[in-house]
Ligand binder design. Structure first.
Ligand code: S3P
Length: 173
């Protein structure tokens, strides 16, 4: 089983993904961490030194290497599905699951962890909300190609697990 979590920064992909992997007894992978381990640079350094286009290329290569893996829960960086045709690639690789969250909730969550996220590091709460609204408008078209959409009301790891059981994505045992 290959479960692929996508969604905007701050939507809970890593936190929920780790718990989900645990419950399903699958390895947990995170595209940002794989890139950092492979390059020896933090995501912020890669943006600052080599630019966003280079980072998007690294994301693409990380996904290419996952075709050999049998099973995992993968948390994708927020922009990964929106560049280089990656949404189509992800949909062939496994079951894509979009964590849909409203901009204000995302902004609140991101306010505390924005320094390690180069796209938003200098923004105030109000600026963050406008930025998210604008970029979500562009990204939604990609995210909405996911095979499963998880609504905002599904917030805890248990709720997500139950939701995916009901959706027939994961089994009870
Ligand atoms: C990005 C999201 C980040 C990281 C990078 C760019 C984006 O991952 O890949 O800072 O373009 O939305 P998270 O979604 O895990 O924060």
């Amino acid at each position: 089983m290959k479960l692929i979590l996508i969604g905007y920064m701050g939507s809970g992909k890593s936190t929920l993904g780790k718990k989900l992997a645990n419950k399903c007894q699958l390895p947990f992978l995170d595209s940002d961490q794989l890139i950092e381990a492979q390059t020896g640079h933090s995501v912020s350094d890669i943006f600052a030194q080599f630019g966003e286009a280079h980072f998007r290329q690294l994301e693409k290569e990380v996904i290419e290497r996952l075709h050999d893996h049998e099973a995992f829960v993968l948390s994708c960086g927020g922009g990964l599905p929106c560049f280089n045709n990656q949404m189509e690639v992800l949909n062939k690789l496994g079951i894509t699951i979009y964590l849909e969250r409203p901009p204000k909730e995302l902004a609140r969550r991101l306010l505390h962890s924005k320094t390690e996220r180069p796209l938003i590091q200098d923004k105030s709460l109000d600026e963050l909300v406008s930025f998210i609204e604008m970029s979500l408008e562009n990204r939604k078209a990609y995210y909405e190609k996911a095979q499963v959409t998880v609504p905002r009301s599904v917030g805890t790891p248990k709720q997500l697990h139950d939701f995916l059981i009901n959706a027939g994505v994961v089994s009870l045992y």
